[in-house]
Ligand binder design. Structure first.
Ligand code: IPE
Ligand code: IPE
Ligand code: MG
Length: 250
C-alpha cells in the first residue's frame, strides 16, 4: 500500500525531526558488527529526505550523533566520523541538483578537523538552496545547547547589549543552534525506544511524537508517510479545548 495518497496536503508538518535509532540492533540481526548498521543507515536518510520533499516538508533534522555518543568505543566513534565525511562529500552533487540546503547543529568544534572542514564546505556550498533544509545534529546535546544559550545571553547582559527585562522566549530561541529553523511539528523515533535522549528539549514543547518499531536502516518513504498520517490524525490543541479548535476550522 502506498500511504502517500492518504496525505492531506493542507496539513503538512513543516519541520520533522528524526531520532535515527537501531543501527546496532539491525546489524546484529544480520550477524554483522555495529558499523555495518551505520553504513546501512544512509538509504533511510535518503528515503526520508525524498519523502519529506515529496509532501512539501520544508525542514528535516536528523539526530546523527549525540554528546553522549562520544562515550562509545573509539572504534565506533571513528567509523561514524569517517562515514560522515565520506557521505557528505559523495552527496554534494545530489544536494545541489535537488536544491538541498545542508546545516549542522551541535558542538561542532568537538568533531575531528577533517569532518569540520568537509561540513563547513558543504554548508557554504548549499547555503542558497531553497527546496528543503536538512540539518544534521552532530555532537548535539540539548542541555549543552541550553547552557550555551544562557552563557551567550549572560555575556550580552554583562556587556550591556541586553537587559534582564529583554529576556523572553524569543530571545532564548534566537540563542539556540536551531535559530533559523521552523518550529518542530513532528518527532519520529525508530527502533521501539520511547525516549528523547537529550534531543531538542526546548524546541519540541508542542511537537507530536511518532514511535515506530522499525529499525532505522529499514526505514523507508512509506514509514515516513505513515508517521505523517498519524500526525494528521492528531488534534493539536495547544492548550485550547477541542471545541475552540473546531470553531477555528469552520
Ligand atoms: C543509532 O543507532 C545511531 C547512533 C546513535 C549513532 P544505534 O547505534 O544507537 O543502534 P542501537 O540502538 O545500538 O541498536
Ligand atoms: C540517540 O540514540 C542519539 C542518536 C540517534 C544520534 P542512542 O541510541 O545513542 O540513544 P540512547 O542512549 O539509547 O537513549
Ligand atoms: Mg541506540
Amino acid at each position: 500500500m502506498n500511504y502517500l495518497e492518504q496525505i492531506d496536503s493542507n496539513n503538512i508538518p513543516q519541520h520533522v525531526a528524526i531520532i535515527m535509532d537501531g543501527n546496532g540492533r539491525w546489524a546484529k540481526q544480520q550477524g554483522m558488527n555495529r558499523i555495518f548498521g551505520h553504513r546501512n543507515a544512509l538509504t533511510a536518510i535518503r528515503e526520508s529526505v525524498e519523502a519529506a520533499n515529496n509532501i512539501g516538508t520544508k525542514a528535516i533534522t536528523f539526530y546523527a550523533f549525540s554528546t553522549e555518543n562520544w562515550k562509545r568505543p573509539k572504534f565506533e566513534v571513528n567509523a561514524l566520523m569517517r562515514l560522515l565525511v565520506r557521505t557528505l562529500k559523495k552527496n554534494l552533487p545530489e544536494f545541489q541538483k535537488n536544491g538541498i540546503q545542508v546545516k549542522a547543529i551541535g558542538n561542532l568544534n568537538r568533531l575531528p578537523k577533517r569532518a569540520q572542514n568537509t561540513l563547513n564546505k558543504i554548508i557554504e556550498a548549499t547555503k542558497t538552496n531553497t527546496t528543503i533544509i536538512i540539518t544534521f545534529a552532530l555532537s548535539y546535546g540539548s542541555r549543552e545547547e541550553i547552557v550555551n544559550a544562557v552563557k551567550n545571553i549572560s555575556e550580552k547582559i554583562v556587556n550591556n547589549e541586553l537587559s534582564i527585562e529583554d529576556i523572553d522566549e524569543k530571545i532564548i530561541n534566537s540563542h539556540l543552534y536551531t535559530v533559523s529553523l521552523p518550529e518542530v511539528d513532528l518527532v519520529i523515533r525508530t527502533s521501539g525506544e520511547q525516549r528523547i535522549s537529550n534531543f531538542l528539549l526546548w524546541q519540541i514543547a508542542y511537537a507530536e511524537f511518532h514511535f515506530t518499531e522499525v529499525l532505522w536502516p529499514d526505514f523507508r518513504k512509506n514509514d515516513f508517510y505513515k508517521a505523517v498520517i498519524e500526525y494528521q490524525n492528531r488534534e493539536r490543541r495547544f492548550g485550547k479545548t477541542s471545541e475552540q479548535i473546531e470553531n477555528l476550522n469552520e
